[in-house]
Design a protein around this ligand. Structure first.
Ligand code: SAM
Length: 301
């Protein structure tokens, strides 16, 4: 009898038990590392939405346990954050909090300085909301986490740094991708072999971080802040114009007169695209990136 996909999942489950990982998710990060080498040379990392801690274990084993001397160990900084408490992990500083809250974001940012040698080289986020089963709602909530993680990454990453985050793939993935492409020269969406084929999850792998000239990093919470006010908070023209943060899944609130009547998922994506293209708020540079990513990605979602 051939192996079913369930048997295949058990391989990672069993291997996680054997190797002492707290969750089989560890293999997702290990597979991203195998494919992209994201952990090479990294000493300073942030693990967002970290509980029960298998990604932090990967960071601990690869960045901390491999150190030969106490000085090397002292140079390693791994900050792990989750709503839930976790059992301690060697070399990992834990914070308990909601990453979409300003206070949590500031606590994380407070662990890093402004100089290159004080900034993080890697930010990872495996965040998932409590799944409701209502696909649009789950996707929207997950995108909120992703936007929060991305905004924290813009505050702590060194130039050239890497951001890896779970994304629930949907019809508006291209719009979030557009925003990530503003900050990272390289962008990919990767589905590790350890991620269940039936799951809509995948991972964005963004590398070569580079802040747009004039952009002032800020903590974003699209659920709380109206993006038009928020984009102007820093007083930076570049923030206001170039990076309108949007959590995908519900763009209806952007238009006061929202009279759409969309039935098919592709209508939703088309609607979002039309909003961005027709609204004078979005500058030509952003529209250009959106257009490019929309055309590339709508075919793969
Ligand atoms: N990467 C983890 C591991 O390998 O053990 C698994 C992460 S689990 C899939 C998703 C986590 O996201 C949960 O522990 C949950 O508490 C956390 N989470 C969800 N919303 C959050 C939020 N707003 N702030 C912080 N953590 C959050």
């Amino acid at each position: 009898m051939g192996k079913t996909s369930k048997d295949k999942r058990d391989i990672y489950y069993r291997q996680a038990k054997e190797e002492g990982w707290r969750a089989r998710s560890a293999f997702k990060l290990l597979h991203v590392d195998e494919a992209y080498g994201i952990l090479n040379g990294v000493q300073r990392a942030v693990d967002l939405c970290a509980a029960p801690g298998s990604w932090s274990q990967v960071l601990s084993r690869k960045l901390y346990d491999t150190c030969q001397t106490d000085d090397e160990k002292a140079a390693v900084k791994i900050i792990a954050v989750d709503l839930q408490a976790m059992a301690p992990i060697r070399g990992v500083i834990q914070l308990q909090g909601d990453i979409t809250k300003q206070s949590t974001a500031e606590a994380i940012i407070g662990h890093f300085g402004d100089n290159k040698e004080d900034k993080a080289q890697l930010v990872v986020c495996d965040g998932a909301p409590d799944v409701t089963g209502v696909h649009e709602m789950d996707e929207y909530m997950q995108h909120q986490l992703l936007v929060a993680a991305l905004s924290i990454a813009t505050c702590v990453l060194e130039t050239g740094g890497t951001f890896v985050a779970k994304i629930f793939k949907g019809n508006a993935t291209w719009l979030l991708s557009s925003q990530m492409k503003i900050f990272f020269k390289k962008f990919d969406i990767y589905k590790p072999p350890s991620s269940r084929p039936s799951s809509i999850e995948a991972f964005v792998v963004c590398s070569d971080f580079c802040l747009p000239t004039g952009y002032i990093p800020q903590v974003i919470n699209t659920a709380r802040d109206d993006i038009r006010i928020l984009a102007q908070k820093t007083g930076s023209e570049v923030n206001r114009k170039l990076v309108p943060f949007i959590a995908c899944g519900d763009l209806g609130e952007l238009n006061e007169e929202d009279d759409r009547d969309t039935e098919k998922p592709n209508d939703e994506a088309q609607y979002a695209y039309d909003v961005v293209m027709s609204d004078a708020f979005y500058p030509p540079e952003f529209k250009e990136i959106v257009k490019q990513v929309y055309e590339e990605q709508l075919q793969i979602s």
